[in-house]
Write a protein that binds this ligand. Sequence first.
Ligand code: SIN
Length: 189
Amino acid sequence: MTLDTTRLNRERNFFATGQTLWLFGYGSLIWKAEFPFHERRPAHIEGWARRFWQGSHDHRGTPEAPGRVATLIESPGAICQGMAYRIDAEVLGPLDVREKNGYLRERVTLHFAEGDHAEGLIYLATADNAAFLGAAPLDEMAHQIAAAHGPSGANRDYLLHLADALEELGAEDRHVFGLAARVRGITEA
Ligand code: SIN
């Protein structure tokens, strides 16, 4: 797969045009919702774990020194908490560009905090995309994140904004909170 998934995503139309659809954000889409939406609701998805295993060459790093950003890894029994947005389908065009470094639109079932559920979309970066970095020890990932910068800013800020947003949601996430504590330790030392 190429480093630009924009064209592939244009063909991944899982929902009828002319209707609104639910988008589930689990990374920057939680705390950086710079797109129009009709409503937003805390939600979770089941069977997925959030991991900083995706490389960022375009936002939070560079091709020479990629940062690390969130993707989801299939993990039976896991719960990933985030934010659901009800959007117009046209909003996906600009989101495809924002998420172009390896993320593909995928269908998921969203479970809202109030107990109801709906079909929706996530942007998912799987292990076969060119920017995927995969697992590494937390300390190693923390040093990479503490050092990386890209056109959208410091990789550290992406992680710490996400950790703050998850805390506000009352979400459990040992991976994100563990990384955030390490990065704070490195950059505040
Ligand atoms: C998401 O936030 O749902 C996708 C990954 C990202 O943009 O950080």
